[in-house]
Design a protein around this ligand. Structure first.
Ligand code: ZN
Length: 178
């Protein structure tokens, strides 16, 4: 008596599953390292007076660091318009901010560029903010479904609030983890 069904066996499904998650895990590690590194040299220089061994890198770090300062354990950057921006160093925190500003309570599903501008106006900085905002909007389910209606620029409200006014600590969206 042979079965006509070609049922999944323990040999195939779990293997596919494992391969996918190990690739994802590797990508996550790379992203975390990249993000951690963006401010590491500046941090080490300002905090411990330690510069990279490479002379070029050391010079670059010293020149870059002139725009940064550490205050109460946090890194801040002076923008070209001399506004002080809080530097966001972890991918998780970046995702929380993107989520809050795009589809959270004060989000308006604006397009990537407008989202990035909004985040800057709220006082946050990280070097890949623009690219990350674009990517975030591209991945937003609601935006993809209603792209014609939603991608209007955000109203320019000039509404300044302190980063600490936002409740960003308790949020975590599993969809944002990659
Ligand atoms: Zn959206």
């Amino acid at each position: 008596m042979g079965s006509a069904f070609n049922e999944p066996t323990l040999d195939n499904i779990p293997i596919i599953h494992l391969m996918t998650s190990s690739i994802e895990a590797k990508e996550k590690v790379q992203i975390i390292e990249e993000v951690y590194n963006w401010s590491l040299d500046i941090w080490n220089y300002l905090k411990y007076d330690r510069l990279p061994d490479d002379k070029m890198e050391a010079r670059k770090t010293r020149s870059k660091a002139s725009r940064y300062t550490i205050f109460e354990g946090k890194l801040y950057r002076r923008s070209t318009s001399r506004v002080i921006l809080r530097c966001i160093r972890s991918k998780e925190h970046m995702n929380q901010i993107l989520q809050e500003m795009h589809d959270g309570e004060c989000g308006n599903h604006s397009g990537g560029r407008s989202l990035a501008n909004r985040i800057s106006r709220q006082g946050y900085y990280w070097p890949t903010l623009r690219e990350d905002a674009m990517r975030y909007v591209q991945r937003c389910d609601a935006c993809q479904r209603h792209s014609v209606f939603l991608h209007h620029p955000a109203p320019n409200t000039h509404h300044y609030i302190q980063p600490s006014d936002l409740n960003l600590t308790s949020r975590s969206d599993p969809d944002l983890q990659n």
